[in-house]
Design a protein around this ligand. Structure first.
Ligand code: B16
Ligand code: MG
Length: 223
């Protein structure tokens, strides 16, 4: 099949900015308040999931059942810790080559979108002054259901006015890849091999690839 690609859609955490470790450190610090040792390998389960789902996974691992108000307290606390950790983040914390890659995509007349499970996503890209790179942005303030639900990807395609099968998504998390595939999109994975094994194509860095390589891959892939 010959697939015409009209839009590139980017996940935020782990694709544009390196915030994955800050999310992990925030959950780890929060876990210490209820004497749970949250390990890095368990953090893989949280990647791409929204904040509430992440807390539910964490509490299950810790074997704790809490009331809704106790959970809300922890959700706010986690975000306070996270925001404190990222407060000095600048455009220099973006992943190597990603800004240049998005700029080239735009000059190749592709539409660009941001689709994240993070409530902090749009505020973060605005603070880094990279919001201009995106024609449309959606985060968890608008789309409540987090990845692996496909809604955030379906909605961004709608707002870009592009059919989902003409969109390529860039994702680092299994939850995000599942969401994009359920939405009927093509997925490029970048990151931990276990997380990206269901992507249609993988890259190791934005420094090694041009937008044209991605477009050509899906044009000629036979998928
Ligand atoms: P927040 P993405 C996701 O963002 C992260 O991958 C995930 O680790 C995080 O828990 C989630 O956002 C919620 O973030 O607490 O800031 O609302 O990868 O979809 O850009
Ligand atoms: Mg991500």
């Amino acid at each position: 099949m010959n697939h015409k690609i009209l839009a590139f859609i980017f996940d935020l955490d782990g694709i544009i900015v390196n915030t994955t470790n800050y999310h992990y450190l925030s959950w780890k610090k929060l876990s210490q308040s209820f004497n749970f040792n949250f390990r890095e390998k368990d953090n893989e389960l949280l990647k791409g999931a929204n904040r509430t789902t992440s807390l539910n996974i964490l509490l299950k691992l810790a074997g704790l059942e809490l009331t809704p108000s106790e959970k809300n307290f922890l959700l706010e606390k986690k975000n306070e810790i996270y925001l404190d950790l990222i407060k000095h983040m600048t455009v220099n914390d973006t992943l190597p080559g990603v800004i240049n890659f998005i700029e080239k995509a735009k000059s190749n007349t592709l539409k660009t979108g941001l689709a994240s499970s993070s409530k902090n996503a749009i505020a973060t890209v605005r603070r880094l002054h990279i919001d201009v790179l995106f024609d449309k942005m959606l985060d968890a303030n608008t789309v409540i259901k987090g990845k692996p639900d496909p809604k955030v990807y379906r909605e961004i395609a709608k707002s870009l006015q592009v059919e989902t099968n003409h969109c390529v998504v860039f994702e680092d998390a299994a939850n995000g890849i599942e969401a994009a595939r359920k939405a009927g999109m093509w997925v490029v994975g970048m990151g931990a091999p276990e997380q990206i094994k269901d992507a249609h194509m993988t890259i190791s860095s934005f420094l090694d690839v041009e937008p044209k390589d991605i477009i050509d891959f899906f044009r000629n892939s036979g998928l």
